[in-house]
Every structure is written in C-alpha cells, then in structure tokens.
Design a protein. Structure first.
Length: 153
C-alpha cells in the first residue's frame, strides 16, 4: 500500500490480508475507487484526518476501553505509542534497524535508533547470542569501583 505521510514523503508498506479486506470495504462504503487520490480517513468536516484528529480518536477509544480494562487507566495511549510499540516489537523479533527505518519512513537510521532504544532483556539476549560469558564471579559489590568490576571480568 502506498502511504502519503509526514513531511510529504510517500512510502510503500505491506499490510495483512485482513486489513486489505477492511480497507476495501471502507473504500466501497465511501464510494472511492482503489486508486482515487482522495483521503480514506476523514474528519468531521469530510477533509483529510489530521494527526490531531487521529490522536483524538485513539484517546477516546482508549478512554472507553479503560472502563472495562482498568489496566489502561492513566496510561498515555496515542498513535505515537502504537508506532513506538511496533518498532520495539519488530526490534525484539530480530528485525534490523534499516528495515524498521523503512517501515517508519525515517530519513535517517539515527532517528529510528531513538525509537528503538534497547531494553535490558534485549541486551541480555544480545550478550547470550554473542557468546559473552555469564561468569558469576564478575559481580559488582557495593564498595567496588567500576575499574575493580572491569578488572574482575
């Protein structure tokens, strides 16, 4: 699917078949042809949905969901959180940063790297994958300096 995104950049992204069906149904419901250059998602004034409009819709849905899922209460849920969550899920699944960069449409991989900051579990798995020893003798004791710890490794 060709998406026209932020910064007037176009990108092609693969989408799952069930989403293709839903989008096809939406196009049909709105009377749009497949390649018609009109927005699929529109706001209350029947114009292209803005990022603010999308954020409003997501936050409203999250608020409604919180009434039945108390774990959602007070959590910052937004399209940006979905985007970050997707980047982290891809990264944790072993997808490289260049592929994630293409998915997110970033001009530079350094921007993607900020999104996909490694968590402790990823770091641990990376050490295991690299064959770095988990030697238990190299432990940090409260009175040690960093240099003493490094010398014990």
């Amino acid at each position: 699917m060709l998406l026209h995104g932020k910064g007037r950049r176009d990108r092609v992204v693969p989408i799952p078949k069930d989403l293709v069906r839903s989008l096809t149904d939406l196009l049909s419901e709105r009377g749009l042809a497949n390649h018609e250059p009109r927005p699929i998602f529109v706001g209350v004034h029947n114009e292209r949905l803005t990022r603010f409009g999308a954020t409003h819709i997501v936050r409203r849905a999250a608020s409604q969901a919180a009434s039945t899922r108390s774990s959602l209460e007070g959590k910052p849920i937004s399209p940006h959180i979905f985007r970050h969550s997707l980047a982290m899920k891809l990264l944790r699944s072993g997808v490289n940063l260049l592929t994630i960069q293409a998915w997110l449409g970033h001009a530079q991989v350094a921007i993607t790297h900020r999104y996909a900051a490694a968590d402790v579990e990823m770091m641990r798995r990376g050490l295991e994958k690299a064959g770095v020893s988990g030697d238990r003798s190299a432990r940090f004791r409260p009175n040690d300096t960093i240099l003493q710890l490094l010398a014990s490794i």
